[in-house]
Design a protein around this ligand. Structure first.
Ligand code: THU
Length: 141
């Protein structure tokens, strides 16, 4: 049974600050759409990522998935919260929702904060963003 630990205001503020700080590092020469993402891992550490584009467009990797890579490399396997900073405050793309869900606690009750360039913030849970997700439990036939 996974115990869901509430996110404190301090943790949320640190997470959003990390996503905001990451965003200028984005490599987005083709779309010019820069994204900074940050994950709060189970151990309280924060991992950031930015989108990294490629001249072969389909090889682009989103900020959220690069942040997941940073967390896994450091030994983290569980996310408690996510923040994504963009110019217009959009939600994570479908592929990133699925990858985030892989590392979310059962129930996907993970808050995702979306922040725009004017600092407007809104939040949804990962379960709201990806209802009825496909997960490892479905492979246990
Ligand atoms: N992008 C992300 O980094 N995260 C998302 O959830 C949506 C899209 C990036 C990919 C690409 O570099 C640019 O935004 C435009 O699609």
């Amino acid at each position: 049974m996974n115990e869901i630990k509430a996110i404190t205001d301090e943790e949320r503020d640190r997470l959003i600050a990390a996503a905001r700080a990451a965003r200028p590092q984005a490599y987005a020469p083709y779309s010019h759409f820069t994204v900074g993402a940050a994950l709060l891992a189970e151990d309280g550490r924060i991992y950031s990522g930015v989108n990294i584009e490629n001249a072969s467009y389909g090889l682009t990797v989103c900020a959220e998935r690069n942040a997941i890579g940073a967390m896994v490399l450091a030994g983290g396997q569980r996310i408690r919260a996510v923040a994504v900073c963009t110019e217009n405050g959009v939600t994570p793309c479908g592929a990133c929702r699925q990858v985030l869900a892989e590392f979310a606690p059962e129930g996907n009750d993970v808050p995702v904060w979306m922040i725009d360039g004017a600092e407007n913030t809104r939040t949804m849970t990962l379960a709201e963003l990806l209802p009825d997700d496909f997960g490892s439990r479905h492979l246990e036939a």
